[in-house]
Ligand binder design. Structure first.
Ligand code: BTN
Length: 261
């Protein structure tokens, strides 16, 4: 599997997501573009957080991809991207997906990759449709930790654990090689998603669900926490939470899913 989109490499930039977002807003995107930065000086995470990464120890890139679907028809995209990243990691590490599962890799709704509860990779999706009828451009930013989790954990303000590919394999892949495998995997998953949506991949996603059957809660800026038992996702990728005698659906946004301790 090889990448077909335009490949761009830069030594340093503020954020690869912002670079491509600027181009989308200026109407300058024509073909899919993947942009990797050795170093980001203002890397962005979800919910307005920063994404801190040591250049030698992590992969940071964004892919700008055009969809025929409208933004409203893209529900489940963030889950699909998690599956695509997982599959690209398996290929780059020369492992099959069941070996990744046995090593402790899981997906946390909507799109974190966890390794034995530590964050291995983060995904930030931005973009949309400039006006009705236009192509929908989504900028998919991916950060993957390769090694040195101590350094990464020291920079995490929320006390969360980090995971890295070095915990899965003694010889983590070269950053460029990993990037090309992830871009190729994303391209094939995104093309399928544009045609068929999330539903055909729902069961596959649930096999990797980190918190299936666990007591969890959802928290978000300025909102009360929502508690329940995690029951997987629906056909659109919304999270299902069992509460007393009802099931509620939660749609992705700037919210966090946590396990009840
Ligand atoms: C998260 O909070 O989990 C999402 C992290 C996304 C980080 C990546 S690194 C490449 C791209 N550029 C950014 O500024 N952020 C994303």
């Amino acid at each position: 599997m090889t990448a077909n989109c335009i490949l761009e490499r830069v030594a340093e930039t503020r954020s690869t997501n912002d670079d491509l977002l600027e181009r989308w807003r200026a109407g300058e995107l024509i073909d899919p573009v993947a942009r990797i930065a050795h170093k980001q000086t203002a890397g962005k995470g979800r919910a307005g957080r920063s994404w801190l990464a040591n250049p030698e120890d992590s992969l940071c890139f964004s892919l700008a991809y055009p969809f025929k679907r409208t933004p409203a028809e893209l529900s489940g995209l963030s889950l699909l991207v998690g599956l695509a990243v997982l599959s690209g990691i398996a290929q780059a590490c020369h492992l099959n997906e069941s070996e990744l599962y046995d090593a402790g890799l899981r997906l946390k709704w909507p799109n974190d990759l966890l390794l034995n509860h530590g964050k291995l990779a983060g995904i930030l999706i931005e973009g949309g449709q400039a006006k009705t009828g236009d192509i929908t451009w989504m900028i998919i930013g991916v950060g993957v930790n390769l090694r040195n989790t101590e350094l990464i954990e020291a920079s995490l303000s929320n006390g969360l654990k980090a995971g890295s590919l070095a915990q899965i394999t003694n010889s983590p892949p070269d950053i460029e090689y990993l990037w090309l495998k992830l871009v190729a995997s994303l391209e094939s998953h995104l093309a399928e998603f544009d045609l068929h949506g999330f539903q055909p991949l729902k069961e596959r996603w649930m096999q990797w669900d980190a918190y299936l059957g666990e007591h969890v809660y959802i928290s978000g800026i300025g909102k009360d926490a929502i508690f329940g038992i995690e029951k997987g996702v629906d056909d659109c990728g919304a999270l299902l939470l069992q509460q007393e005698n009802k099931m509620i659906t939660v749609h992705a946004g700037d919210i966090s899913l946590r396990i009840q301790s």
